[in-house]
Design a protein around this ligand. Structure first.
Ligand SMILES: [Zn+2]
Length: 371
């Protein structure tokens, strides 16, 4: 009896996960074709089912040609697209050689198979790591892919034109944000290494911005507390070295509508606001849990010996926010913590942005370790 109950529960769990479904697009022969077939088997073994329509799938494996990748244009932002392709030789500079495919194929992740070597993962956050060739390659690729593909984006914004007039021109906090942003630029700590505009058409660039809510694929963000419940944060896709206009380049996060999954922003009446950084949900969780945190800085850099997340969830997901908030909570001093985001960067808390930068700068490593 108990056995059959367990099976039933198992079946329900499978249906729930399978209800997102997966699809494969395109075709390949040779080693890449074999790997694609093995990935499909591995997905099915983990309870995923083939979607009846490609556009209904939660995970799309898009087999793309190296020279002429055909992008899969998703209907829903929740669809996670992996561009699967192949190189004959292991790339010398994997990030530089594989990142453009991520953008050209409008994918969430690039999976580049080099037969005899393994599968190079490349993420939007510039994560770049190898799952080595071996007996269980497909199973291992799916195991690394699944948590990323099934995580939940919380990147919608709700603008309320209710910012009090005395904050329309900003305040001491927004001036510090702008100042520290400028210093980060001078210190070359705001990488934006790929001329995305050169890789895709203007139409596709608009599509990327809408889908990922990423304004220009610039990395890093910063925020500082205004009061008990609100904080200022850099906008998405702006040059963080030029945070000029409060209400546009720097936004006031005044709440989170958990039911609708929307970040609430208070803006002045006459400003055309930009979207807030996709990591607003992470900062929101940290401020709410830790009343003594005054500021938060996220950089694509590293510090030796820090505790780091196990899974490299994508930016802007509830799962990334929760795992970073948990590490901050577990830190010896949550109000002055530096935690690692695996294959991605660091998030640091402190009294103010200046205090954080001064404290972490001597130990900053530009190279994020990849695993
Ligand atoms: Zn980041």
């Amino acid at each position: 009896m108990a056995g059959s109950d367990l099976r039933e529960i198992g079946a329900v769990a499978d249906v729930r996960r399978g209800s997102t479904g997966f699809a494969t697009i395109g075709a390949a022969d040779g080693a890449l074709g074999d790997l694609a077939a093995a990935l499909v088997e591995a997905l099915e073994r983990r309870g995923f089912v083939r979607a009846s329509e490609e556009t209904e799938a939660g995970i799309v494996l898009n087999l793309v040609d190296r020279e002429q990748p055909r992008p899969f244009r998703r209907r829903a932002r929740g669809t996670f697209v992996a561009a699967l392709w192949s190189l004959q030789e292991a790339p010398e500079d994997p990030l530089r050689e594989t990142y453009p495919m991520l953008v050209r194929a409008l994918a969430n992740i690039s999976l580049c198979y080099v037969p005899g070597h393994g599968v190079f993962f490349t993420t939007m956050e510039r994560g770049n790591y190898l799952v080595p060739e071996g007996e269980g390659l497909a199973a291992e690729v799916v195991a690394r892919l699944e948590p990323l593909a099934t995580s939940h984006l919380v990147i919608d914004n709700e603008f309320r034109r209710d910012l009090e007039p005395e904050l329309w021109e900003g305040d001491a906090v927004t001036r510090e944000l702008a100042d520290v942003g400028r210093r980060l630029g001078e210190l070359d700590l705001l990488p934006a290494p790929f001329p995305v505009e050169d890789l895709v058409s203007a139409d596709d660039l608009r599509r990327i911005k809408r889908l990922y809510a990423i304004g220009g694929l610039s990395y890093g963000n910063l925020s500082a507390r205004l009061d008990a419940t609100r904080f200022w944060m850099s906008a998405s896709g702006v040059d963080k070295a030029k945070l000029d206009e409060p209400g546009r380049d720097i936004l006031l996060v005044s709440g989170y509508d958990a039911e609708a999954g929307r970040i609430v922003l208070s803006v002045p009446p006459d400003v055309e606001p930009r979207r807030v950084s996709v990591d607003a949900i992470e900062h929101w969780m940290i401020y709410r849990e830790n009343p003594t945190v005054g500021a938060i800085l996220h950089l694509h850099a590293w510090i030796e010996g820090i505790e780091a997340t196990d899974v490299n969830y994508p930016c802007g997901t509830e799962e990334l926010a929760e795992s970073v908030a948990a590490l901050v909570r577990a830190a010896p001093d949550p109000a002055h913590a530096v935690v690692g985001l695996r294959n991605h960067g660091i998030t640091a808390t402190g009294d103010s942005l200046r205090e954080i930068l001064e404290r972490i700068r001597p130990n900053l490593l530009r190279q994020v370790p990849m695993s």
